[in-house]
Design a protein around this ligand. Structure first.
Ligand code: ADP
Length: 403
């Protein structure tokens, strides 16, 4: 057992996830989440050695107070593990145009993260709070904080994939381009698939589908991302829990000019009231929609539109692969768990040589297997994502280099 543990902090827009793990054995000692920040009934769920603790924090707790509470709590109750923390890995959503890989945090990096907040206003400021509190609780580890960016996996996108067809000056002057999201997850499952398929990363061609509350698809050729469905922000692309994904931008003008809805309200509609929730008019939760798939037309429609859009993305990305597509990968809460969604999506892809084995699809959770395809099919894999582990490994790798 290594003496050196890594603390991973993932400050999301409305939640805060943390874990303490051993980067060598990959064992997770403690992990937890604070949910419903800024809402009534902010809740801390803590999993320590597979025992679950739930505690309600003050109503409307913010990131700073929640993380302060968590770190004090861990220090008080689990000092033994706290003292073994050797480095801190921070998930940072947006690295802007200049940061293309994981980095040890210093003042310059903090400035870059601040500057990139314009593209991720709900995430980057929260990530900075995580960094500030790490400095406070671990003053001796100030030089051992590492930022792992979701956007860095997309630094390999070619210009034809990341540029929007709007006047060029908006790219040059304002850096408007496709940045992508979920890069840590796509990168992690790509590495796992290289191991599972026994193929070198440098010759791996896959389409990775991260399907959760937010969903994205990434085309990966020779181990590098070459296109992805999320754009300047995580609003573009697939249908999501509450986000619309792709739409005709003229809908925004129509809503504003003809219906008289304010721009702030339209933003709220497209980010918080659309997707599964908007179509079903009931829920953003895929489990709920699945339960009612055969009972209620709108729930069925929401799932069918989601699958239709995803299948279109997969098939369009397949032509980027130059005749060799090694696998489709499903990950994320929906990708890992929804037999129904995988079944509907794959049923549309026989032209590309993908055929689902229904039995494997239905039993994948209970086996150690990853494959859900028939024998005569290209590979279809279900790989649980593990962003925390990826961040911990990146952190360990970088701080090892520090004298
Ligand atoms: P986030 O994007 O917030 O990280 P997750 O990756 O946890 O979200 O995914 C959440 C989504 O996964 C929800 O829509 C949830 O309904 C769905 N999900 C979780 N378990 C299942 C399941 N067993 N069957 C279908 N969908 C599921």
């Amino acid at each position: 057992m290594s003496k050196k543990l890594i603390l991973v902090l993932n400050c999301g827009s409305s939640s805060l996830k943390f874990s303490i793990l051993d980067p060598i054995s990959k064992k997770i000692y403690i992990f937890g989440i604070v949910e419903c920040l800024f809402l009534k009934k902010t809740k801390l769920k803590l999993n320590i050695f597979s025992k679950l603790y739930i505690k309600f924090l003050d109503d409307y707790t913010n990131h700073n107070d929640a993380l302060d509470f968590v770190l004090n709590f861990l220090k008080e109750k689990y000092l033994k593990y706290f003292k073994r923390i050797h480095g801190i890995g921070h998930r940072v959503v947006h690295g802007g145009i200049n940061i293309t890989q994981s980095v040890v945090i210093n003042d310059k990096i903090i400035l870059e993260i601040e500057k990139s907040s314009v593209f991720a206003p709900l995430h980057n400021p929260a990530n900075l709070i995580g960094i500030k509190l790490s400095y406070k609780f671990f003053p001796n580890l100030r030089k051992k904080n590492v930022a792992v960016f979701d956007t860095s996996f997309y630094s390999s996108l070619p210009k034809i994939a990341y540029l929007y067809a709007i006047p060029y000056k908006f790219y040059k002057k304002y850096k408007i381009k496709r940045y992508g999201a979920h890069g840590i997850s796509h990168n992690y499952v790509m590495k796992q698939s290289s191991y599972i398929l026994k193929k070198k990363k440098s010759s791996l061609n896959i389409i990775s589908c991260h399907l959760g509350n937010g969903s994205s698809v990434t085309a990966i050729k020779n181990g590098k991302s070459i296109d992805t469905s999320m754009g300047l922000t995580p609003l573009e692309g697939l249908v999501m829990g509450t986000r619309s994904g792709d739409l005709d931008p003229a809908i925004i003008f129509f809503m504003h000019k003809k219906i008289g809805i304010s721009l702030d309200k339209i933003e709220e509609i497209l980010t918080k009231k659309s997707g599964f929730l908007g179509i079903s008019e009931k829920s953003s939760d895929c489990r709920f929609l699945e339960k009612n798939f055969n009972k209620n037309k709108k729930e069925k429609l929401a799932i069918e539109i989601f699958c239709y859009r995803l299948a279109k993305y997969i098939s369009s990305y397949s032509i980027l692969m130059d005749n060799r597509l090694d696998a489709i990968i499903f990950t994320g809460g929906i990708g890992e768990n929804s037999q129904l969604i995988r079944k509907i999506v794959i049923s549309k892809l026989s032209l590309l040589g993908f055929y689902l084995d229904n039995n494997l699809n239905n039993t994948i959770k209970t086996t150690n297997n990853y494959f859900i395809n028939k024998k005569n099919s290209r590979s279809i894999l279900v790989i649980p994502t593990n962003e925390e582990l990826f961040i911990a490994l990146e952190t360990y790798k970088l701080i090892k280099l520090i004298k």
